[in-house]
Write a protein that binds this ligand. Structure first.
Ligand SMILES: *[C@@H]1O[C@H](CO)[C@@H](O)[C@H](O)[C@H]1NC(C)=O
Ligand SMILES: *[C@@H]1O[C@H](CO)[C@@H](O)[C@H](O)[C@H]1NC(C)=O
Ligand SMILES: *[C@@H]1O[C@H](CO)[C@@H](O)[C@H](O)[C@H]1NC(C)=O
Ligand SMILES: *[C@@H]1O[C@H](CO)[C@@H](O)[C@H](O)[C@H]1NC(C)=O
Ligand SMILES: *[C@@H]1O[C@H](CO)[C@@H](O)[C@H](O)[C@H]1NC(C)=O
Length: 509
């Protein structure tokens, strides 16, 4: 009987433990799953995620749209508005690979990025040797920069340009505009300018030198020490900060390369991407939930509207304007000249999306921007921080300053001249990757429910059974006890009777 009671009590304790476990699972299961996810994604050589990071199993593409100037002569001779015709897309598929990967002993990895571009005529509007007419970027950079130089220098420049027959517009193929053509001015500069100030090349192309292994050495955190730094850049070419801007915060480059982000992304978090050509960290804020191919839900992050805002509407952007107030960029443009050998290159979103409309209408032929076609976005799987889909859309513009002393460009007004825009992106990850994400997304909640139901049911059933048994047992025990006292009582009565019998004569007497 006593052993039985002990067993029942143990059962009750087990039942209570099961119930507590059920409640714990209900409250803390996600913590456990997060810990598992964190361990899985850390960039450790040999793991699957490391392989995907080092050699992404995707085919990114870059599609370029060039603004072909159709009235260059009228524009220069009688001051007509420039008319541009957007031609494209010219599509290249890319393969990305991180090479020379070295594991450092402080939870970081260093690598160089290799990007190989392959022209995809099947996806393009025309062949790579389609001819376009675009502003002569090296020449207009030189003339615009000479604005504040001595007058004799500008005159000298004018005669050199005369001799070399350099014109403000060039007729080049799309391939040349991107991958480089020999530019007489750059060639001259290379021969004349002292070694220290030399431009690094004599060809000019907007993607010049980008087909191949980059010389930039990048060090990123693997996430093994602190998952909050997963994929974040520690150093870029040995620097932890850029040298160009006026505050430490604006000089930061501790974003990711955009392929991964520190996991467990919430809608309140601001993501940050560093791209060398952007010359800064690009902040991204949550916009909405989206569905991506393969049925993996994602959060869409886009640059906030203030990212390229002018300093009047967003004073924080003052740090990107080291030359001081009058030369700060207009609303919607970002001045990257400090990263581009002082060429007056201004970035914006395509069709001047999020910029003042007056910029778009400075030239004729650019349709109003639309969010679907011209927005920049990242679709990120929030649990693992993996980018599922990207469309990085940027327009390159040239800020031309009118210089009267140089007769070739005397009629070229002050203008932000659009050159081209591109979208570089990934449409979808391969099934192998998304299967794992779908698993991570859908299975843990199911396991959680099953565990909760199982633990709680088992606990409750055990508890009820044990309590029921205990109650029944104690009931039976108390009846036994009662019977026992009855017996005693009867014995007493008998004894009394007996005594009475013995005493009877005495009493009688
Ligand atoms: C660009 O414009 C020029 C001059 O109008 C024209 O000859 C050329 O065919 C155009 N290029 C494309 C790709 O349409
Ligand atoms: C400039 O010249 C073209 C013809 O060459 C003409 O159609 C146009 O109207 C002229 N524009 C101005 C502002 O004179
Ligand atoms: C980690 O080690 C690498 C290589 O020694 C070094 O460049 C980097 O600055 C270190 N990073 C940190 C955060 O200590
Ligand atoms: C890039 O380089 C590869 C070889 O490394 C070459 O096959 C390919 O044609 C190049 N792409 C372009 C656009 O020049
Ligand atoms: C771009 O920035 C450079 C360097 O700060 C400055 O000298 C230049 O005037 C700026 N250009 C424009 C068009 O604002």
């Amino acid at each position: 009987m006593r052993y039985c009671n002990v067993l029942l009590r143990i059962t009750i304790v087990i039942a209570v433990i099961l119930l507590i476990a059920g409640v714990l699972v209900a409250c803390e299961f996600s913590v456990l799953i997060n810990a598992i996810v964190d361990r899985m994604i850390v960039l450790r050589p040999g793991t699957k995620t490391f392989g995907w990071w080092a050699k992404p199993p995707v085919e990114p593409r870059i599609s370029l749209y060039v603004y072909n100037v159709t009235n260059a002569d009228d524009f220069l001779s009688n001051g007509s508005k420039a008319i541009v015709d957007e031609v494209g897309p010219y599509v290249y598929s890319e393969t990305w690979e991180k090479v020379n990967i070295v594991e450092n002993d402080n939870g970081t990895l260093s690598y160089n990025l290799r990007k190989i571009y392959k022209f995809r005529e099947d996806l393009s509007a025309g062949p790579e040797d389609d001819v376009v007419i675009v502003p002569n970027i090296p020449m207009l950079s030189a003339t615009s920069q000479s604005k504040h130089a001595a007058r004799f220098l500008r005159l000298a420049m004018a005669s050199i340009m005369d001799i070399l027959k350099i014109k403000p517009f060039v007729q080049v193929s799309v391939g040349q505009l991107l991958w480089g053509y020999e530019d007489p001015l750059l060639k001259l500069a290379k021969d004349v300018v002292p070694k220290e100030q030399k431009l690094p090349y004599e060809e000019f192309g907007l993607l010049y030198g980008k087909n191949g292994t980059s010389s930039d050495r990048v060090t990123v955190y693997t996430g093994s020490d602190d998952i909050k730094h997963y994929g974040v850049i520690d150093k870029f070419n040995g620097r932890t900060h850029l040298p160009h801007w006026t505050t430490n915060d604006c000089n930061r480059l501790d974003g990711t390369d955009g392929s991964i982000f520190p996991p467990h992304i919430t809608k309140e978090r601001m993501l940050e991407v560093y791209d060398k050509d952007l010359c800064r960290l690009l902040p991204l804020v949550y916009e909405r939930e989206v569905d991506t191919p393969n049925d993996v839900p994602a959060y869409r992050f886009t640059p906030p509207e203030w990212v390229f805002a002018d300093v009047d509407s967003h004073p924080d952007n003052m740090c990107y304007c080291p030359a001081g107030k009058p030369s700060c960029s207009p609303n919607g443009l970002f001045n990257v000249s400090l990263c581009q050998y002082d060429s007056p290159i201004m970035l914006s979103f395509p069709h001047f999306y999020l910029a003042d409309d007056s910029l778009r209408t400075q030239v004729e032929g650019i349709s109003p921007p639309t969010k679907e076609k011209h927005q920049f976005y990242f679709d990120v799987q929030p649990k693992t921080g993996t980018t599922l889909r990207v469309s990085a859309r940027i327009q390159i513009n040239l800020a031309v300053s009118q210089v009267f002393d140089i007769k070739q460009v005397a009629n070229f007004p002050d203008i932000i001249f659009p050159i081209l825009w591109f979208e570089e992106g990934i449409d979808a990850l391969p099934n192998e990757v998304t299967d794992m994400m779908r698993f991570a997304e859908h299975i843990p909640p199911k396991i959680r429910i099953v565990l909760i139901v199982a633990l709680c049911t088992l606990g409750l059933v055990l508890l009820l059974l044990a309590t029921f048994c205990l109650i029944r047992n104690s009931h039976r025990q108390s009846t036994l006890h009662l019977e026992g006292s009855n017996y005693l009582a009867t014995a007493q009565v008998d004894m009394n009777k007996k005594q009475n019998k013995d005493n009877a004569p005495t009493t009688r007497y």
